[in-house]
Design a binder for this molecule. Structure first.
Ligand SMILES: C[S@@+](CC[C@H](N)C(=O)[O-])C[C@H]1O[C@@H](n2cnc3c(N)ncnc32)[C@H](O)[C@@H]1O
Length: 228
């Protein structure tokens, strides 16, 4: 059953409780328990990352959107596919570690295929070089998806296809963000992809930590995979 809209203080308490989850498995368990309220709660946080990522992809994608195959990594309940559908994309495959989030993604009827998989524990469970767009939103951050997964995202992408990634720029994520940007640059130096856009967004989402007020900032990265 859909939950009623939560207060900001309650949502903040929920997110802060997630900080007790140390391992990826514990984090995914947290999402299992949050799944039913996730969409309503992130709306309270003014969470705009799915629409910001979809806007970035839409501004740079050239080609047949209906025919394009999109891999939504850490798809959660399906907020990214919902936003991309508004831009004319119609074929989605999703991956997530949380069975409860995947159940809601399945109910959205947006995805042709959904797979349960822990990211960072090996190759992605998809065919390499197949996807026109690979997107990961809200999951590249400290304690969630390890940085080295971005190489797997690139492997899943067609030559000429796009990889869109987001991360937060808040205090807790400073080290992770630096490691992520180092890896993105390293892969560019290796000739795997080229940077299309890096968009820094000030009002990313409402801050929930004790050290920050107002809104935290975040980043959308868009890369194009090169022909090898
Ligand atoms: C903040 S949600 C983002 C969901 C969706 N992309 C969105 O923007 O609404 C993070 C998602 O990443 C998944 N996740 C986090 N760490 C993971 C991991 N190591 N392996 C697989 N899934 C993971 C969680 O289960 C959750 O669904």
């Amino acid at each position: 059953m859909a939950a009623v809209s939560n207060t900001f203080e309650n949502v903040k308490a929920t997110i802060l409780s997630a900080h007790e989850s140390v391992t990826s498995g514990e984090k995914v368990n947290f999402y299992n328990s949050w799944a039913e309220n996730y969409d309503q709660d992130v709306a309270v946080l003014d969470y705009r990352a799915p629409s910001l990522a979809a806007n970035s992809i839409s501004s740079h994608f050239r080609g047949d959107r209906e025919a394009a195959v999109v891999l939504d990594v850490a798809c959660g309940t399906g907020l990214v596919a919902r936003q991309m559908k508004r831009h004319g994309f119609g074929h989605f495959v999703g991956i997530d570690g949380s069975e409860a989030m995947l159940t809601l993604a399945r109910e959205s009827e947006l995805y042709q295929d959904l797979n349960q998989s822990m990211l960072g524990e090996g190759p992605l469970p998809v065919q390499k070089g197949l996807f026109d767009v690979v997107v990961i939103v809200g999951a590249l951050s400290a304690g969630q998806v390890p940085v080295n997964v971005v190489r797997e995202l690139c492997k899943a992408t067609k030559p000429g296809g796009h990889v869109c990634m987001t991360t937060r720029s808040n205090l807790k994520n400073v080290e992770y963000k630096a490691a992520l940007e180092h890896e993105l640059k390293q892969m560019e130096d290796e000739g795997l992809w080229t940077c299309v856009e890096v968009a820094e967004v000030e009002d990313w989402e409402r801050a929930v930590s004790e050290q920050e007020n107002g809104y935290i900032s975040g980043v959308v990265y868009l890369y194009r995979k090169l022909q090898l």
